[in-house]
Design a protein around this ligand. Structure first.
Ligand SMILES: Cc1cc2nc3c(=O)[nH]c(=O)nc-3n(C[C@H](O)[C@H](O)[C@H](O)COP(=O)(O)O)c2cc1C
Length: 361
């Protein structure tokens, strides 16, 4: 088990409708004023990172979407220590454009920006943008080149690259980012292609919510493959957190979210993501085993089961750490209130349990 304290990130609600496909009341707002206050609350509460998601178009909720690099910069300007991870989709973006923007933001913010390279699930979005929709493993081949270009231009004086998707000739990026060797590179996905790519080029492997056993299998595979490359990769897991004073209250909130799920939107989202994953050679992927209830949360966040009292949740977080998890990526129903509650009630218990386990070890 890592000796480092487990880290916490939260999903920046930069798209409308929150993080569940449900008509339940959500006191979460996608606008900039709400997000600035939330980022300040999150850094005070002990969250190390915020993650700005990427969406170009509506679908299954998310009618309005703020662009992730733009909102990341705004939130970094409103905070002092929070790191913000901007999600990027290769395809619509050229890696040098992103590398350049993030290098400048890194300079402006004293080294607090990071990137989440996602390979895409939403074919309709690519179609709307007039971008080719590649086969599953081709999307990862492009993402891997994308990450190699990012790292190359961030770290090398003059960088050349001859890939199938990108070509660079003696390109010299100035200024370089502040962070050494470069801003952290996260990636999302859990298919075999995602795990292989993480092992080869990413700093962080972000995966959908899952049980400790389901996560352990991924951790073991990614870490073994990374070790074979002489690398190490950190692991982040998604969770939709419902912390309440009693377990009964927390379970009732989950039931209410599911009862008020929008079945049409959930089923259509399920069909789209399952299709995206089924296109992989193994016919698997992030959502291969997701039920209707799981899909009410975009990234299977109920499966991680951080739903209950602060004590129950803290114990489950430490159990995740025991299987190799370095970071919990969290979503909430009412972000502002619940991020604050999490920092006050859950996080101190996690730190206590971590200290106890370390004494025993
Ligand atoms: C933590 C996490 C965050 C993600 N964020 C986004 C995002 O912001 N935008 C997006 O289009 N896809 C996002 N994805 C989905 C990926 O683009 C991709 O479709 C998915 O992870 C594919 O997984 P697979 O290869 O296991 O099928 C995210 C995935 C994870 C696990």
């Amino acid at each position: 088990m890592s000796q480092q304290p487990i880290k916490f990130a939260y999903w920046i609600p930069n798209v409308s409708g929150g993080l569940v496909v449900s008509t339940i009341e959500q006191r979460t707002d996608w606008g900039i004023d709400y997000n600035r206050r939330l980022a300040q609350t999150a850094e005070k509460a002990g969250f190390e990172y915020g993650l700005a998601q990427i969406r170009f178009t509506a679908g299954y909720g998310a009618e309005y979407q703020h662009e992730p690099v733009a909102i990341s910069h705004a939130l970094l300007a409103a905070t002092e220590k929070l790191k913000v991870i901007a999600a990027i989709l290769p395809g619509p973006w050229h890696p040098v454009v992103v590398a350049k923007q993030l290098a400048s933001i890194d300079q402006f913010t004293g080294g607090r920006v990071a990137i989440n390279v996602v390979s895409g699930w939403f074919r309709g979005e690519f179609y709307a943008l007039g971008e080719p929709w590649l086969e599953h493993d081709e999307r990862y081949r492009r993402s891997e080149e994308f990450i190699r270009v990012l790292k190359g231009v961030w770290t090398e004086e003059k960088f050349s690259f001859q890939g199938d998707f990108y070509r660079l000739h003696d390109y010299s990026l100035k200024p370089k980012p502040v962070q050494q060797p470069h801003p952290e590179v996260f990636q999302g996905g859990s298919s075999r292609a995602a795990r292989d790519m993480a092992a080869r080029v990413s700093d962080w492997y972000f995966t959908n919510g899952n049980t400790p056993e389901g996560i352990k299998a991924q951790v073991d595979d990614v870490r073994a493959k990374a070790a074979a490359e002489g690398r190490s990769v950190k692991i982040g897991v998604n969770a939709f957190i419902i912390a309440r004073d009693t377990e009964q209250e927390a379970r009732a909130v989950l039931q209410d979210i599911i009862d008020r799920a929008n079945p049409e939107a959930v089923n259509a989202f399920g069909a789209e993501v399952k299709n995206a994953g089924a296109a992989s050679p193994e016919g698997e992927g992030n959502w291969a085993k997701s039920s209707f209830e799981d899909l009410v949360q975009y990234n299977d966040g109920f499966k991680t089961n951080l739903i209950g009292t602060p004590q129950q949740i803290a114990e489950r977080i430490v159990a995740l750490k025991a299987v190799g998890v370095d970071l919990v990526l969290s979503a909430f129903l009412h972000f502002q209130e619940e991020v604050e509650y999490f920092g006050r009630k859950v996080l101190p218990l996690v730190r206590e349990l971590e200290a106890q386990r370390q004494k025993v070890a």
